[in-house]
Design a binder for this molecule. Structure first.
Ligand code: TYD
Length: 209
């Protein structure tokens, strides 16, 4: 089972992924966590390049770096873990490319869908937890964390990204659960558990109650 956590900059994804991983490890769920960009060795190099280069990067060059990272993550980490029967918890995945490079940067969404399909071999999340936060709030938090080429983009860009994530959630309500990430971290964590655990039980990754 593949669960992805998505959301704008500063929404608290990393804190949530850490809390969920700790909780499910303690419950004995076989678990693999990963993140994009940067889950693999090659991905860490790509992450540094795409987020921190001072050189000019075209929009498609930026996109292909994220897709190269995703392709490596799926091939090296996600698929092998799924074959071992593990739950995979991924901090960002294909929806980030649709929201940031599609809705945010304005690249063609259908083409990005096809490129995501090529990069992932068509592997879709069983559940996506979308952390929704007003862009003003998220961007301030993201910049306090150090910032990068994308976090530092204009507020208008982050508004389009936020709108993009919401559009994805509205189009796929069975896959995507939208959570209010302006709540305290503990409330976000419990809402995420409530969304995920019935599915983990059905997949027999957790005992039935
Ligand atoms: P991340 O490490 O999750 O940063 P944060 O914790 O600040 O949200 O992601 C790094 C940045 O990369 C983030 O600004 C979103 C961006 N990104 C894309 O633009 N497209 C993508 O496909 C992915 C995976 C990330």
């Amino acid at each position: 089972m593949l669960i992805t956590v998505e959301g704008g900059d500063g929404a608290g994804k990393t804190t949530l992924v850490r809390a969920l991983a700790q909780h499910w490890n303690a419950a004995g769920v076989p678990l693999q966590t990963t993140l994009e960009p940067g889950g693999t060795a090659i991905g860490r190099g790509l992450r540094n390049l795409v987020l921190h280069t001072d050189a000019e990067l075209s929009l498609w060059a930026e996109t292909f770096l994220f897709l190269a990272d995703r392709s490596a993550d799926v091939a090296e980490i996600i698929r092998p873990a799924l074959h071992r029967g593990q739950l995979v918890l991924c901090d960002r995945y294909a929806d980030s490319t649709l929201a940031y490079q599609g809705h945010g940067r304005g690249l063609d969404l259908d083409l990005l869908q096809r490129l995501n399909h090529a990069a992932t071999g068509g592997l879709q999340p069983d559940l996506t937890i979308l952390l929704d936060i007003p862009p003003e709030q998220g961007v301030a938090r993201g910049r306090a964390d150090g910032g990068d080429r994308i976090a530092d983009a204009a507020l208008d860009f982050h508004r389009r990204v936020n709108h993009g994530f919401r559009a994805i959630a509205a189009a796929e309500p069975h896959r995507v659960v939208l959570l209010n990430a302006a709540q305290p971290p503990d409330a976000v964590f419990h809402a995420a558990l409530a969304a995920a655990e019935p599915r983990l039980r059905r997949a027999r990754l957790l005992p039935m109650e």
